[in-house]
Structures are given as C-alpha cells and as structure tokens.
Write a protein of this length. Structure first.
Length: 90
C-alpha cells in the first residue's frame, strides 16, 4: 500500500445531482473521507473544477482522488484509484 498521509478525495457536486449523492453515500460506505465542493454555492469551487479539467464545461460529479480526475460516478475507476492510492484495501 502507498502512503496515504497526503492522499485526499475531493468531490465537486451540486445539490440537484443524484449521482453526486450516490457517490458520497458510496464513499461513506467504504469509509473514505472526502471534501465536498458545491459548485453552485461556492464560486471558487467552479473555478477550481474548471482549472482541473482544462477549462472545459463539465457535468458533476467530478472527483479528484489525490490528483486523479474522474468524471461522473464511475465506480470501477473510483475503486481502482482508491486502491492504487492506498485509501481502501486492494
């Protein structure tokens, strides 16, 4: 397993997004801590998101797992990245 001391998970989401809610529940089920950035309530969150995805308009959720950007609730990619970063057991 890799060192998880610096690993972080950020979810860019919106209140109306059903997939955002599902992803947050999934991470809670796995016991993975995350930071939520609401793109509608926090102007800085949208700017931060656009910077991470190259300025392209994007839908939510977008998840940043220790620098790895995952668009949408892609459970397989989320699981693989969490394992790679040592945030869940392999």
């Amino acid at each position: 397993m890799s060192d998880t001391a610096g690993a972080s998970v950020i979810i860019y989401s919106a209140p109306w997004c059903a997939f955002c809610k599902t992803e947050k529940q999934y991470l809670e089920h796995l016991g993975v801590a995350y930071t939520e950035r609401d793109i509608e309530e926090d102007d800085g969150a949208m700017d931060e998101l656009l910077a991470k995805v190259g300025g392209e308009a994007s839908s939510v959720p977008v998840t940043d797992i220790d620098g790895v950007i995952i668009r949408g609730f892609d459970r397989a990619k989320i699981d693989a990245t969490l394992k790679e970063k040592g945030l869940i057991a392999a």
